[in-house]
Design a protein around this ligand. Structure first.
Ligand SMILES: [Fe+2]
Length: 470
């Protein structure tokens, strides 16, 4: 039902009173202003003007706002002129106020929309690094609350897989993970939007594109909004919203906002893909680099890989984020890179090292970081590599740092490195048993090794499997 604006919604009654009083003083007429329902909203002082006096309608375009009436006055022409002048004045004020009000509403709505976009986009900006499913869950929850949908789906296409991974937010707010095969015979809304790129905005059955089934069996209801996610002009997935508690259509603003956010998510996803590709490339280059070390010393074969796995498991056990674990994994791959510059006569020597030779060997903790400082991307992990032979009691090298001055990541590398060195064969000794190595770790906890890291390592699944011989 349309609600017509009332005269006094835009012009206060006191202002109308003042206007009528001034006009009455000038003209000698009694003036009265009535609202749309005939109610008197203003009158000049002492006015007896009634609805049946001389009068003109107050109009806003074709809309009737009320009526202005007058009594008194000798000349019909003067009365008519005064009435028209006052009516014009009231109508002009009404028009101006209403335009200002509409503009304010428009600005408020736009501001609200911007706030909505910011609320959705802000948490998304840091997404799409490692855990795709978790990221998609955030996207789904944020966007479905934006359009007030009862149910929503986010379907993501992974490369080379003939299926869409589907996240479904139910009416109860649960997010379910499923997959749906991309089969040409399927004619559900998301298959249609994914294949053709055509958005679906359906309030009625007749709005659904020809040949597309609503898929009520999967809980899809009207109204329905389906938009394709794209990155680099490539289809990445589909965002789909269905059902609304308090309306039977998605508003044009909701559709516009969702389209804008969908485009943004598509860009984020393709950027993430690019970042992942670059990360893989970097990881491959680093693996090759760390492999160079192992070709120098055949007895250390597999050492880097094992240290990397131990360190990553400890970090995960200590609650590091996946991104943090990944960075530590890179540090572990590179922890002994500095040995590349150690002469073979020292690096491969079977007997005890002289003091000079020890100093040369220990220089690898500085040489590695010196090489890596040229890679800006690796800057944050350099202190971790440099500190992997430091000890909590300050007896380590190269700087003799103590306790918390040693980055926790370096202390993780230290435990992982020491455990693998103890349990691996060397040309000058056979591998220590796991029990003996654990005793060494316990003995060194608090002095040579960080106690918390030792405890965490012994609780990791990777260590438990080793211990149980599996
Ligand atoms: Fe080392």
């Amino acid at each position: 039902m349309l609600v017509y604006p009332k005269l006094t919604d835009f012009i206060p009654a006191a202002e109308l009173d003042g206007l009528l009083a001034r006009a009455a003083t000038i003209s000698g007429l009694s003036l009265c202003c009535q609202g749309l329902g005939g109610e008197i909203v203003a009158r000049s002082p002492g006015s007896m003007a009634e609805p049946n006096g001389n009068g003109v309608d107050l109009l806003h375009g074709k809309e009737r706002l009320g009526r202005l009436t007058s009594t008194g006055g000798d000349s019909r022409a003067v009365v008519s002129e005064v009435l028209q002048w006052v009516a014009d004045e009231i109508q002009e004020r009404f028009r101006t106020r209403r335009e200002i009000e509409c503009l304010a509403e428009h600005i408020t709505e736009n501001y609200h929309n911007l706030e909505c976009i910011f609320d959705v986009i802000q948490p998304l900006s840091s997404l799409f690094s490692l855990n795709v499913v978790e990221n998609c869950q955030t996207v789904l929850v944020a966007t479905s609350s934006l359009v007030h949908a009862e149910r929503s789906w986010l379907l993501i296409a992974f490369e080379d897989k003939p299926e869409l991974v589907s996240l479904h937010k139910t009416e109860e707010g649960d997010v379910l993970l499923d997959s749906t095969v991309l089969d040409d015979s399927r004619t559900g809304p998301w298959e249609h939007t994914f294949r053709t790129g055509e958005a679906i905005n359906a309030a009625r059955s007749s709005d659904i594109p020809c040949g597309v089934q609503l898929r009520e069996d999967l809980g899809v209801t009207l109204p329905l909004l389906c938009l394709r996610l794209e990155g680099d002009r490539r289809p990445l997935g589909v965002l789909c919203f269905s059902g609304k508690a308090h309306a039977d259509f998605f508003t044009s603003t909701e559709v516009k906002l969702t389209a804008a956010i969908t485009a943004h998510i598509g860009t984020l996803m393709s950027n993430a893909k690019l970042q992942e590709d670059m990360h893989s490339l970097l990881l491959e280059a680093i693996t090759v680099l760390s492999g160079v070390m192992e070709t120098k010393d055949e007895y250390t074969h597999g050492h880097v890989e094992r240290v990397t796995n131990y360190a990553a498991s400890i970090a995960a056990h200590l609650g590091f984020t996946p991104e943090h674990v990944e960075r530590l994994r890179i540090a572990a791959l590179l922890h002994d890179l500095g040995k590349i510059g150690i002469p073979d006569r020292v690096l491969l020597k079977h007997g005890d090292l002289t003091e000079d030779e020890k100093a040369i060997m220990q220089s690898h903790a500085i040489a590695g970081p010196r090489i890596l400082k040229h890679f800006k991307h690796l800057e944050p992990i350099i202190p971790w590599i440099q500190g992997h032979h430091e000890r909590p009691d300050g007896q380590g090298y190269p700087l003799g740092l103590k306790g918390d001055a040693i980055p926790i990541e370096a202390q993780i590398l230290s435990v992982a490195d020491a455990f693998d060195a103890m349990t691996s064969n060397r040309p000058y000794r056979v591998a220590m048993s796991i029990d003996a190595a654990v005793r060494r770790l316990h003995d060194g906890a608090g002095t040579q090794f960080n106690e918390r890291v030792v405890s965490a390592f012994l609780e990791t699944e990777i260590f438990q499997n080793l211990k149980n011989g599996s």
